[in-house]
Design a protein around this ligand. Structure first.
Ligand code: ATP
Ligand code: MG
Length: 251
């Protein structure tokens, strides 16, 4: 049940690129909507926006247009299905990638205003630990860190958690392990990450779940549809529906 606290905000982030942030954001939104939740997706990958591409959206207004003025923030939200709205970003404009302090305040205010009617806000971030990525991560109360099973993405996930915990006092981390062969592998990877965060940061992230490597993910991306809609019975979709249930339990 929602109350006066407003929507639950989650930032989906990874450190390393290409580990599945955008796929997870989009599909989690549809999975939450399938549970009668209203969800706002914010494309926080300000330089290389992808949410619109995954959904086959033609974008005419972006976060940038709203920040530059003249565009009503609520009008920049594209309603992509009954329960899902998208606030798109722009692509290929490198100088817009990093928000200055004033723009961060402005973006915070406008997001706070447009998110009122939603139950969940999912923020997809760029890879890395640049200023905009860190800002999005501190704007939300939950940080959902996605990693693959490979050492490079695990190392980057740890580095991101370290910076957010040490420099921004963040301590509500949730871990999703993508590209796994089994749930057991996902748990093992999570445990190896949690062992390091506990040892060096005295912090234990919450295990949310794993997502199997699944060809239906790329097939759906090619047809610009969420895989939870295109192939709901396939392993990746089933895993994302389970994640949605866990997230609903969190709130
Ligand atoms: N579970 C999966 N099984 C198979 N392919 C996947 C899976 N998850 C993601 N992919 C594919 O991996 C690629 C990267 O995914 P995605 O774009 O979501 O990653 P990202 O973390 O958002 O990347 P970036 O850091 O560039 O924003 C895409 O081609 C996507 O279709
Ligand atoms: Mg992405």
């Amino acid at each position: 049940m929602m109350d006066s606290r407003g929507p639950v905000k989650l930032c989906i982030t990874s450190g390393k690129g290409g580990v599945g942030k955008t796929s997870l954001t989009v599909n989690l939104a549809y999975a939450l909507a399938a549970n009668q939740k209203r969800v706002l997706i914010v494309d926080g990958d300000l330089g290389l926006a992808n949410v619109d591409v995954l959904l086959g959206l033609s974008v005419d207004r972006t976060i940038r247009d709203v920040l530059d003025g003249g565009v009503d923030p609520a009008q920049a939200v594209a309603q992509v299905s009954a329960g899902v709205g998208v606030l798109p970003a722009s692509s290929g404009v490198p100088e817009l990638v990093n928000l200055g302090p004033e723009e961060q305040d402005q973006l915070g205010d406008l997001l706070t205003a447009i998110m009122v009617p939603y139950d969940y806000v999912l923020l997809d971030t760029a890879a890395g630990i640049g200023p905009s990525v860190l800002w999005f991560n501190t704007f939300t109360e939950h940080n959902l860190v996605i990693t693959g099973p490979d050492p490079a993405s695990l190392t980057d996930a740890y580095a991101l958690i370290k910076v957010l915990h040490r420099d921004y006092a963040r301590d509500r981390f949730h871990v999703v392990v993508n590209f796994v062969m089994s749930e057991q592998e996902a748990v093992q990877i999570y445990e190896s990450l949690a062992a390091v965060t506990q040892r060096f940061l005295d912090l234990k992230p919450v295990y949310l779940g794993g997502i199997p490597r699944d060809t239906s993910v790329m097939k759906a991306a090619r047809s610009q549809r969420p895989f939870v809609q295109q192939s709901p019975a396939q392993p990746a979709a089933r895993a994302v529906f389970k994640l949605a249930e866990r997230i609903i339990e969190l709130a």
